[in-house]
Design a protein around this ligand. Structure first.
Ligand code: PHE
Length: 383
């Protein structure tokens, strides 16, 4: 007998052929080869081996889990398994038959093991596919987005103003909200008996201290501490005893102050034109009307041409074509002197209400909406 051909090998060719023929058929083939070589396998042993082969052939195709595979593997290959049972009985076989029966048993073990390994690889592959399927990412699925916050309209206006004026060289200065009488009134040319104090009904904390009624108080703090040239912007909250649809006890202002040699009302007008165009639109013009503030002389009210109707007259501008946006003027000589600023310097100042600008810009008709903190309102403003 040629050793090489004795046991079919698992070469690529033979294993593909093996996977087509059942183990039982391969075993029968092997037994008939032995017969041809005059080795006759007793019927009982043959039946036992073929029975084990059928056991593997019949169960392997139905295996669909690792536990199912282990069950059949144990039935055949474990110490208490059917093939081990056959091997134990080999001891009682005749000397001539032992090698042939041993070869058949080994052949069967190899074929069974091959089938089990093949099915194991298949199951592992299936498991991996399942896992991959479960972990599959659909990159086209919309993400879960966190709700976006929105800037409060006041913040939007302040940010715009700071951007516009810092582009013209202004620095931001923030003064205290609790002021003393001197900075809020006296130094601003509004002494204790001045009738202009009545224009701003004030929340006093003591005889000396009050909630500031205007960011103009910051002008004095800056001029006392800084030599010209001065170019500052001062945003912040102010307080007045006022309360209706367009007034609130607390509101915000933006103050501007420029002091240098040779500053005139023309500089104020030119700067306001630039501000109006940037804030309300490139077509918007400004108009100065005479007014009165104790700390500016001359004083003006500044109107912008109506950006809703282009100046023709509409509901927003109440048919006038103009909208009042701020108060301004040349800094009163008394104020400059009080801060130790010499005659060679002149300056202008302006102050505007942030809420008023926000209401105009965003079409808000009641100032209270700006303070209620209702997110249904505030999230409408995306800047
Ligand atoms: N402080 C003034 C007010 O609150 C506005 C203003 C500021 C006017 C600066 C002139 C110059 O009404």
């Amino acid at each position: 007998m040629d050793e090489k051909n004795e046991v079919p090998q698992d070469t690529a060719e033979s294993s593909s052929a093996a996977s087509q023929a059942s183990i039982k058929e391969q075993l029968e083939e092997f037994i008939s080869q032995m017969n041809a070589d005059n080795v006759v396998i007793p019927e009982a042993a043959k039946a036992q081996l073929l029975e084990i082969a059928s056991q593997v052939d019949n169960s392997v195709p139905g295996v669909d889990s690792m536990s199912g595979l282990n069950e059949i593997r144990n039935k055949v290959l474990s110490k208490a398994g059917s093939l081990s049972g056959f091997m134990k009985n080999l001891r009682t076989a005749s000397q001539e038959l032992k090698p042939a029966l041993g070869k058949l048993a080994n052949f069967l073990r190899e074929r069974a093991d091959f089938s089990f390994k093949a099915i194991e690889a298949l199951l592992k592959d299936k498991e991996l596919q399942k896992k991959l399927e479960a972990e599959k990412l659909d990159v086209t699925m919309p993400g879960i987005s966190a709700p976006w916050g929105a800037y409060h309209p006041n913040t939007l206006v302040i940010n715009d103003l700071v951007a516009i004026f810092s582009g013209m060289g202004f620095e931001v200065f923030e003064g205290p909200e609790i002021e003393n009488d001197y900075y809020n009134f006296t130094a601003l040319n509004t002494p204790a008996d001045h009738p202009a104090r009545d224009m701003q009904d004030t929340f006093y904390i003591s005889d000396e201290l009050l909630l500031r009624t205007q960011t103009s108080a910051g002008q004095i703090r800056v001029m006392e501490n800084k030599k010209p040239p001065i170019k500052i912007l001062s945003p912040g909250k102010v307080y007045r005893s006022d309360d209706d649809a367009t007034h609130s006890p607390m509101f915000s202002q933006m103050e501007g102050l420029v002091v240098d040699k040779g500053i005139t009302l023309c500089d104020l007008k030119g700067m306001l034109d630039e501000f109006a165009r940037k804030m309300f639109g490139p077509e918007v013009k400004t108009r100065l009307r005479p007014s009165y503030f104790p700390f500016t002389e001359p004083s003006v009210e500044v109107d912008v041409s109506c950006f809703a109707c282009g100046g023709k007259g509409c509901r927003l501008c109440k048919g006038t074509g103009w909208i009042e946006v701020l108060g301004a003027g040349m800094v009163n000589r008394h104020v400059l002197e009080g801060c130790g600023i010499g005659d060679e310097y002149t300056g202008f100042a302006f102050g505007m209400g942030i809420e008023r600008i926000a209401m105009l810009k965003y079409g808000i008709n009641n100032m209270k909406l700006l303070f209620e903190g209702d997110t249904r309102f505030s999230k409408q403003f995306k800047g």
